[in-house]
Design a protein around this ligand. Structure first.
Ligand code: SF4
Ligand code: SF4
Length: 218
């Protein structure tokens, strides 16, 4: 899931400028799960904005902001709206801005990463969306995103007692990989260095696009 958190109110208010009529739009997917942009958070933000003097604050929660078939639900709600304040992730903000090209669309969240819940209220990054997954070589532990240096052949010299040199509360990804491969009796996977990764599938090659003929409408 995408993990995000709301910008501080003191950062959101100046973004709104002179807008009088504001539509706060939530999303029922990832940002609901991480309690950043679901119905409850939309209503909370709307109430806070009213306390800050914004007179007309409307609310809506879409099934998904990253899917045009659900965005159309907003079409009939935007009469006279000065700006849309999206509580979706960065993808949702951009999909709204694309559809409503003549309406000012603002982000209310800071989109953090792709990850999952470690415990209630704690989320950790797990995938950097590199486009060519190598978890089969690393015991199911991602060196791209969990190693602070994205090393394909670690650990580096900073690994100390299982922790990464960047902080005591960050486990060394390569220690985790080693321990897991020992447990699986698959240390053979570490006898040969991993080859250089083909980063052309990652973000560095520019905006990516996935096309699947089996999913496209016929
Ligand atoms: S190897 Fe790439 S696709 Fe696989 S988990 Fe890591 S970043 Fe994500
Ligand atoms: S200590 Fe481990 S996780 Fe940290 S940068 Fe070095 S190899 Fe990567």
């Amino acid at each position: 899931m995408i993990v995000a958190e709301r910008k501080p109110l003191d950062e959101i208010v100046p973004l709104l400028g002179d807008c009088q009529k504001i539509m706060v739009v939530g999303c029922s997917e990832c940002v609901t799960v991480c309690q950043a942009g679901g119905e409850k958070e939309v209503n909370t933000l709307a109430a806070l904005l009213k306390l800050r003097g914004f007179g007309q604050v409307l609310t809506a929660v879409l099934n998904r902001q990253c899917d045009p078939e659900f965005i159309v639900d907003l079409d009939a709600e935007l009469e006279g709206v000065d700006c849309i304040l999206s509580m979706g992730c960065g993808v949702g903000v951009q999909f709204l801005a694309e559809r409503y090209s003549h309406t000012w669309v603002l982000p209310a969240l800071n989109t953090k990463f792709g990850g999952g819940a470690r415990e209630a209220g704690v989320w950790e990054e797990r995938c950097g969306f590199c486009g060519e997954c190598i978890l089969h070589l690393t015991g199911g532990i991602c060196p791209i995103i969990r190693c602070s240096k994205s090393l394909l052949n670690g650990p580096c010299g900073g690994s100390q007692e299982g922790n990464c040199e960047i902080r005591d509360d960050v486990e060394c990804a390569w220690q985790l990989i080693y321990d897991r491969l020992v447990a699986l009796n698959r240390l053979d996977l570490l006898t040969e260095p991993l080859p250089p990764k083909d980063w052309s599938t990652a973000r560095d090659g520019g905006p990516r696009r996935v096309e699947r003929s089996d999913v496209k409408a016929v």
